[in-house]
Design a binder for this molecule. Sequence first.
Ligand SMILES: NC(=O)c1ccc[n+]([C@@H]2O[C@H](COP(=O)([O-])OP(=O)(O)OC[C@H]3O[C@@H](n4cnc5c(N)ncnc54)[C@H](OP(=O)(O)O)[C@@H]3O)[C@@H](O)[C@H]2O)c1
Length: 229
Amino acid sequence: MMRSAIVIGASKGIGAELVSLLAQDPSIQVHALARKIESENKWEAYKNVQVHNFDLQSENLTAELQSILSNISTVDYVINNAGYLVNKPFLELSREEILDSYNVNVLGVMSALQLLIPKMLPMGGHVVNISSMGAFQGTVKFAGLSTYSSSKAALTNLTEMLAEEFKNTSLKFNCLCLGAVQTEMLAKAFPGYLAPVTAPEMAEYIVDFTLKQWKWMNGKIIPVSLSTP
Ligand SMILES: NC(=O)c1ccc[n+]([C@@H]2O[C@H](COP(=O)([O-])OP(=O)(O)OC[C@H]3O[C@@H](n4cnc5c(N)ncnc54)[C@H](OP(=O)(O)O)[C@@H]3O)[C@@H](O)[C@H]2O)c1
């Protein structure tokens, strides 16, 4: 039976690699969501990939996602991979930067999940939230990442809350707190730093976790890191 996977934040970095890997399984219909997916459709060769424009910051988020979901009957996997990072001293952060961080990293995800979860309840499924080592209690922290890391920490906690609230259903919620991965986001935040993990490598782990590990875990916050940041 065909399963469906939704990747939010699919245009580049880890998210684009997630879509490419999931697409290799023809039994999975992959929905790639992001604000702008550059190339016409980089997954054109795959019949099982559909690309949707979707902005977690949109005022019309609910209507836009409803429209995307109108042709999708059930959802099996959701990977909340979108991320917004500002590296700035706390006292210099604008209100807009703080709101943007929270909108992309947690508030938009909450609104999206309010629509996605009902599509998952009939068949069960796995929601994987992509957070950061900076949002994992007790790790090394980096000055400048207050709004990024605190908003990701809210996503981390949300995972535990949803696992509790839906514990009597077939839904599973888990959160991966990633260490450094070589992507555009990391290069911008830490210029010159070379991460020990590439985006395709991290995507391989996330896809395996999403498709297989749900059987044994719910409400878990998992550090996935060879290094810190
Ligand atoms: N790279 C690392 O070292 C690292 C470490 C820890 C955690 N993470 C987390 O891993 C995830 C992937 O990061 P990455 O390094 O691959 O970053 P990236 O290359 O910057 O990709 C981020 C993705 O999020 C999407 N996105 C941003 N704002 C959005 C919005 N308003 N609506 C919808 N999508 C939006 C981007 O798409 P558009 O800009 O095209 O919309 C893009 O596809 C993020 O959640 C990040 O916080 C990364």
